[in-house]
Design a protein around this ligand. Sequence first.
Ligand SMILES: *Cc1c(COP(=O)(O)O)cnc(C)c1O
Length: 226
Amino acid sequence: MSIEADIAQRLKDVTGRLDAAAARAARAPGDVTLIAISKTQPDARIAAALAAGQRVFGENRVQEAATHWAARRETVAGLELHLVGPLQTNKVKDAVALFDVIQTVDRPKLAEHLAREFARAGTPRRCFVQVNTGEEPQKAGIVPAEADRFIAECRALELPVEGLMCLPPADEPAPPHFVLLGEIAARNGLSGLSMGMSADFEAAAELGATHVRVGTGVFGPRVPQT
Ligand SMILES: *Cc1c(COP(=O)(O)O)cnc(C)c1O
């Protein structure tokens, strides 16, 4: 099968499963946005996803994202790019220039830098607060007990927080983490929920995800980084 046909088929499969999961939860098909996570993928696969009509993509590194997307930003209409990996404060300017949505706001210093850069950039930008629902020490994200206070801090900085994002522990069932994220969002009046990856996006859609982040499900196995 050609790369084009392979990616088009994968996108169709994932979208079909996503719509079916949304329907099981009595949600409309368009309620859940599929973010195709293109990190480490060969350029031909990204081009194939664009050719198949996909317009919403996510990356976890600012530098790599620029090689995939900086030129396409100028040429592809309707593109929407999400940063889903950790953001260092010294990369905030580059990240805001490239991405439409920053999903990994997770500490006061980053929130301050972002608020300043969003204001400077002028054009509307969007962001999510990342919550470390599994309280894993090696993982980014604000811990659940500090989430309410941090969201309030972000709002005081006039950061346009649209929702919450989580990346559950790899060795635990994800649904309890999705439920917890939904509870934190609800009590803070936030409507966005970025949760669910290739292995569990259907469960996430059933539990209220507004955005699912699917990498290998859309593109096939990632190319190991050297
Ligand atoms: C890589 C990545 C994904 C996609 O993972 P898959 O298992 O390939 O679907 C989703 N979210 C984040 C934050 C990632 O880094």
